[in-house]
Design a protein around this ligand. Structure first.
Ligand code: PEP
Ligand code: CO
Length: 448
């Protein structure tokens, strides 16, 4: 089960290739010392777990399961607390219950958690009041505070990212299997501000139906183990290749390389150059991997990516995460899907309805309308239904807290409310009640 810690064993074929979005580390010697140390630290996940997730994703590709992937746009070191992790997991569990019950399909739960500490940026610098500093690139690289010291990339942060990932994953594993995620707790997850929202009240009715079903099963003498725990997987964008490389180990069972920083890693829209370092790295590891594809993706790009990342056509190995924007999904998604099915390829198609729908509110806050997010999800379902393919899942940015970062929702947040609790370190996230609104819509769309 375990993987060896020999960094030499991990392929580094990406090193000679152009790597977009890498920080300008001021001291390469310091970076090397840190990555050497990381290479000697224990793996965060095991190869066998990644293999199970790949099988689960193969089931998604066959139309037998649905992915729910989500969490912060950017995790922060300060956010690696029991309280914050519990609230995020609770949101994921509530959404998963709505989907399992409403859509009658197994839900594969993947957190954007325990490693989502590095961000690609559209501009390398940020200017405020005439002062120019490096952009914030995530806690694994530099600090959010707008000072020259905080914004200077510091390799020591990679070690902290590793340790925060370990702490977060430990909490997730304990919450997932230690009783908290037991389906009999279905009411207990619906607490505080969420319980008062329309989505929370709808959830409460659904939880009541689940209670009755559980009581019925108990009366029949059935108490399956599956109801007492959930399978949870970690994921993040494989952006910082020095970090991912240091965590890549050869599996002692098979001798093959796995990136042990997370069960699933994806390559982002800005770094998915077919001839670049990120795709080369992703093609060299055995984990299930994802690629984000935006509205300008050509059908030939998609085919080339699939062929590069999965030449053996192994089921569940590559997931395409589409992020087209509500206004474009119905036009740009069909040609991509048609090309893939014409080749006889079955893959999980996952909808990220967040990243194509970002805009700036009059107050200057980066935000998203829940209405657009839901519209993209619905467009995604319509396209798949019309082509006879399986809408395989959703990938969203949410938090467990009552933040005011996206506008809309059954518990309406207006553009003028955004300042009240705008806490994201990067993109605007759905709060828990908006995330539940989305889960109900997805469940309804899936059932149709
Ligand atoms: C993200 O997932 O936060 C992100 C930057 O996405 P994309 O690569 O799709 O822009
Ligand atoms: Co984001």
């Amino acid at each position: 089960m375990t993987a060896t810690a020999d960094p030499m064993a991990a392929p580094a074929s990406w090193r000679g290739l152009p790597a977009a979005q890498q920080p300008d580390w001021p001291d390469p010697g310091h970076l090397r010392a840190v990555t050497d140390e990381l290479a000697g630290l224990p793996p965060l996940v095991f190869a066998g777990e990644c293999d199970v997730l790949r099988e689960r994703l193969a089931a998604v590709a066959r139309g037998e399961a649905f992915v729910l992937q989500g969490g912060d746009c950017a995790e922060t070191f300060a956010g690696a607390t029991a309280e914050a992790v519990r609230a995020k997991l609770q949101t994921l569990l509530q959404m998963a219950v709505v989907l399992t019950y409403g859509a009658s399909v197994p839900i594969i739960k993947i957190g954007r958690m325990a490693g989502q500490f590095a961000k690609p940026r559209s501009r390398p610098d940020e200017i405020r009041d005439g002062i120019e500093l490096p952009a914030y690139r995530g806690d694994a690289i530099n600090g959010f505070e707008f000072t020259a010291q905080a914004r200077t990339p510091d390799p020591a942060r990679l070690l902290r990212a590793y340790h925060c990932s370990a702490v977060t994953l430990n909490l997730c594993r304990a919450f997932a299997t230690g009783g908290f995620a037991d389906l009999h707790q279905v009411h207990a997850w619906n607490q505080d501000f969420v319980a008062q929202s329309p989505a929370g009240q709808r959830y409460e009715r659904l939880a009541g139906e689940i209670d009755r079903a559980l009581a019925f099963m108990r009366a029949c003498g059935a108490d399956p183990e599956e109801l007492h725990a959930v399978e949870f997987y970690s994921s993040h964008e494989a952006l910082l290749l020095d970090y991912e490389q240091a965590l890549t180990r050869c599996d002692s069972r098979t001798g093959r390389p796995y990136d042990t920083s997370a069960h699933f890693v994806w390559v982002g829209e800005r770094t998915r150059d077919l001839h670049g370092a990120h795709i080369e790295f992703a093609s060299s590891i055995r984990n299930p991997v994802g690629v984000k594809v935006g509205p300008d993706t050509k059908p030939s790009d998609v085919l080339a990516l699939i062929n590069r990342l999965n030449p053996d056509r192994e089921p569940g190995r590559v997931t395409l995460i589409t992020r087209m924007g509500a206004g474009r999904v119905r036009d740009v998604l069909p040609p991509l899907i048609k090309t893939v099915i014409a080749e006889g390829i079955e893959i999980p198609w996952v909808c990220d309805p967040m990243h194509g729908n970002t805009f700036e509110a009059p107050s200057g806050h980066k935000t998203r309308r829940l209405h657009d997010v839901l519209d993209e999800v619905q467009g995604f379902f319509e396209v798949h239904r019309s082509l006879g393919t399986h809408p395989g899942g959703v990938h969203i940015e949410f938090t467990g807290d009552n933040v005011t970062e996206c506008v809309g929702g059954s518990h309406e947040i207006a553009a003028g409310d955004l300042h009240q609790r705008y806490e994201t370190a990067c993109d605007p996230r759905l709060n828990r009640s908006q995330a539940l609104d989305l889960a109900f819509i997805v469940a309804d769309s899936y059932r149709r």
